[in-house]
Ligand binder design. Structure first.
Ligand SMILES: *Cc1c(COP(=O)(O)O)cnc(C)c1O
Length: 408
């Protein structure tokens, strides 16, 4: 029995879901008040298929489009709860959860693009996103035009009557450039073209692309949303009417997440705001430490006053995240490798956004097989190090980097 049915109490005043804080939404959003077995937490429903009482129940399900399980490739109860939680956190009408960030991006683009269509994207981006567009989408007759990140005129100039989508990350990985969403959305509206922002590095805590008018937001939920380096997930968010074909294609391609992973993601999200506050604090403190270090040439972090997008970032973001990219004065890749190898707390690995701090050299980790020309084109330098701050204590991370940078 809910409060409102209890005759002894007057009905409670409904809380406005739009006025709730980030943690309140992350903890309670999308969840039923009373759950199976009266458990406070949602169950992990390990079912690949869902049964029907009789033939009429099947027919009712189909005719009435009932919100219940049918077959695991179309979703499961855990994934539906997480989708509603993520939609509430992002301020989006709907969300679709995937088995990885790449499954989210690929399914979205495949659902929206046909042979002959074009997309325009800013050139600083996750290397697999670029690879999918230029190598695979090209085989299906979709043309990808890359323009210099932050060159809005070049983006507008690249739009043709065939352009279907404008794509960017913000901040970009690993360069931490921040996109002016007002300008980006403005170009989309001017030409009647949809816009997509991969906001993985920002998260809904630091950036609100939907409020800025972006049509689609995607995240690799493997990073800050999951937050514990123990799961892969991806999400696409936006208006419900625009996501129907994406959900149908997920059911065909099959990039749905498992009930166990959904549970881990739901659990991780409960502490999302607390973790983001620490990631933001650690990112800022490590960036400031590195910027003052004599061995360091440049630090790319939007929270630093000398970052080219600092004013824009300050105006449009709540914090600047845990990712800090820096270049050593020594141009030799071996000098950077030495720093990476000497770290004792920061572990060597790709990824970011989890509680454990990770460090890597993009040249070695992601671009080792690229030609020097392509690396130069994508702005990947031999002496570049990407530090993904976790939620450890900043003093300890600083001490670790300080000893790793020592040359005596
Ligand atoms: C990691 C990442 C992806 C890919 O997500 P997966 O969950 O690893 O598939 C896409 N975009 C950005 C910005 C990322 O950092």
């Amino acid at each position: 029995m809910s409060h409102s049915e209890n005759p002894a109490h007057p009905s409670p005043t409904p809380l406005d879901p739009n006025s709730l804080g980030v943690s309140t939404t992350a903890i309670h959003g999308g969840e039923a008040r009373q759950k199976a077995h009266h458990a406070l937490t949602d169950p992990i429903v390990c079912a690949s298929t869902f049964s029907f009482a009789n033939t009429q129940a099947v027919i009712d399900f189909i005719e009435q489009d009932q919100p219940r399980g049918e077959y695991g490739r179309y979703g499961n109860p855990s994934d539906m709860v997480v989708e509603q939680k993520l939609a509430a956190m992002e301020g989006a009408e709907d969300a679709i959860l995937f088995s990885s960030g790449m499954a989210a991006l690929v399914t979205l683009l495949m659902a929206k693009l046909s042979a002959g269509d074009e997309i325009v994207f800013f050139d600083q981006c996750y290397h697999r996103s670029r690879e999918f567009c230029s190598k695979y989408l090209a085989r299906y007759g979709v043309v990808t035009k890359q323009v210099k990140t932050g060159d809005y005129q070049a983006m507008a100039d690249a739009v043709s009557p065939r352009t279907k989508m404008l794509v960017s990350e913000s901040p970009t990985n690993p360069h931490l450039s921040v996109i002016d969403l007002e300008k980006f959305v403005g170009i989309g509206r001017q030409f009647g073209v949809e816009t997509l922002i991969d906001a993985t590095l920002a998260t809904p805590y630091n950036l609100r692309p939907i409020a800025a008018g972006v049509d689609y937001v995607m995240h690799s939920a493997t990073k800050y949303l999951g937050g514990h380096n123990d799961l892969l997930a991806g999400v696409v968010l936006g208006r419900a009417s625009l996501l129907q074909d994406v959900r149908s294609l997920r059911g065909v391609l099959g990039g749905v997440n498992s009930p166990h992973n959904c549970y881990l993601l739901q659990r991780g999200l409960k502490t999302f705001e607390l973790r983001m506050q620490r990631h933001n604090e650690n990112g800022q403190r490590l960036a400031e430490f590195l910027a003052s270090h004599p061995q360091v040439e440049t630090v790319l972090y939007p929270g630093l006053p000398n970052h080219p997008d600092h004013e824009l970032a300050k105006r449009t973001m709540r914090g600047f995240g845990g990712l800090v990219t820096f270049m050593l004065k020594d141009p030799d890749w071996r000098a950077a490798a030495r720093v990476v190898d000497r770290c004792q707390l920061a572990r060597i690995g790709p990824s970011l956004g989890g509680v454990e701090t990770l460090i890597e050299q993009p040249y070695v980790m992601s671009y080792y097989k690229y030609s020097p020309e392509d690396r130069a084109r994508f702005g990947i330098y031999d002496n570049m190090i990407r530090l993904a701050c976790g939620v450890e204590n900043a003093e300890d991370l600083i001490a670790d980097l300080d000893q790793a940078l020592r040359t005596d």
